[in-house]
Design a protein around this ligand. Structure first.
Ligand code: PHB
Length: 396
């Protein structure tokens, strides 16, 4: 990449309509698994502050961490679900806190499949399952191949969860079909070895995600639905032998079977969590998302993600992807900078993220203690001189 664009005055700050939302800029807070939920997979109260802080510039799109569509998919400790009344009430507090800032909220929803922890599933008496009985590297357990009944139930769970999110006030749901989680385990020919209608061909491997999207669209409307894909990621071995063929088929079907989605979210080759977070092998480097953007052809806006910083993001929206309606997500920088949007706009240096605390379960350290800039706090003071901060210690 050859960044020559000044982020502060770039198209990053050009407003954009996404589904029903009028975003004031194109900097997105993307889904980040952070393990701050309780042992019952319910958000802890302090999560509301975390999300609200990152919504602090009105008109920001905030997307939740990945959230299970059924208790069967609450497969890792301290990750959330959106199923029980307790979970719904906890999420509603978070959704309301984001809306109070004048920002927007999508819930990312997923199944984990074989990325669940087998030992946790055993303890809970739940089936450890995937598209096929293909174990994940380094995991000493073989998942059970999901039955037709399991698959039908899963589709229904996505639709039911979408309805619960909208009923709780959410602006929409982003279906997670990336990074080797459940839907990606069906899309990947390295994982999916089925010979029924859910596997065995490009068309059949795409069937589950397409059925899920159709069901969710029927449940809440296409302009409240988004889809996340990571065509190049090797994380959890969900690789595809024919990346172009598999994704071009999926995109073509999305264009002909459902009305335009709110947005498509695409992870760059540089965003593979396997390499980025867990030090695994970096594959497909240098490959680009152009083929999907061309095929999608501005049907709705596209969020790109994967190791961006403000300069490369500005360059992406203004040069690299200037034919397309794009937004850019920043995971680690947004974690470390609750006022990231303000900082980019005013050229303020960014806080550094602290990797060892990314997944510190149930803990506010590395989560609610990244400070706002003094410039942001001063601007708030000028704008609302008599208002008391909800978080007077200055972290929020
Ligand atoms: C993770 O838990 O590390 C994780 C979750 C969802 C993703 C990527 C990584 O899409």
């Amino acid at each position: 990449m050859a960044p020559t664009v000044n982020p502060a005055s770039s198209r990053l700050f050009e407003p954009i309509q996404v589904g029903r939302m009028k975003l004031s800029h194109r900097i997105v807070f993307p889904p980040l698994t952070r393990n701050r939920n309780d042992d019952d997979h319910t958000p802890l109260p302090f999560m509301a502050r975390y999300y609200a802080d990152r919504a602090s510039t009105p008109g920001t799109l905030v997307i939740s961490e990945a959230t299970a569509v059924s208790h069967l998919e609450e497969g890792q400790d301290n990750t959330p679900g959106f199923v029980s009344d307790r979970q719904i009430v906890a999420w509603k507090t978070i959704i309301d806190a984001v809306h109070e800032k004048g920002s927007y909220y999508f819930q990312q929803v997923w199944g984990m499949g074989r990325a669940s922890y087998p030992e946790l599933m055993r303890r809970k008496g739940l089936k450890y399952r995937s598209s096929s009985a293909v174990p994940m590297e380094g995991v000493d357990a073989v998942p059970e191949e999901m039955t037709e009944e399991d698959i039908v139930e899963t589709i229904q769970s996505f639709a039911d969860t979408a309805k619960r999110v909208i009923a709780a006030g959410g602006d929409g749901v982003e279906v997670h079909c990336a990074h080797g989680y459940l839907l990606d385990q069906f899309l990947s020919d390295a994982v999916n070895k089925r010979t029924d209608k859910w596997g065995g061909s490009t068309e059949n491997r795409a069937r589950l995600v397409l059925e899920v999207i159709k069901a969710v669209v029927d449940a809440v409307g296409a302009d409240r639905v988004a889809l996340r894909l990571s065509p190049y990621a090797a994380f959890q071995q969900a690789e595809k032998g024919d990346i172009h063929g598999q994704y071009l088929y999926l995109i073509a079907q999305l264009k002909t079977t459902v009305p335009p989605l709110a947005y498509l979210s695409l992870v760059e080759a540089t965003g593979d969590p396997g390499a980025l977070i867990f030090g695994g092998k970096a594959v497909n480097q240098g490959k680009t998302l152009d083929f999907i953007l061309e095929a999608w052809d501005n049907r709705s806006p596209v969020i790109v993600a994967g190791g961006y910083h403000p300069e490369t993001a500005a360059w992406a929206v203004e040069k690299r992807y200037n034919k397309w309606n794009t937004l850019v997500a920043f995971g680690r920088h947004f974690l470390a900078n609750p006022d990231l949007v303000f900082r980019i706009r005013h050229k303020i240096e960014l806080n550094k993220y602290n990797r060892p605390t990314f997944y510190l379960a149930k803990n506010e350290i590395g989560y609610n203690d990244y400070p706002f800039s003094k410039e942001y706090l001063a601007a708030q003071q000028r704008q609302f001189p008599s208002s008391l901060s909800c978080f007077p210690e200055g972290g929020g």
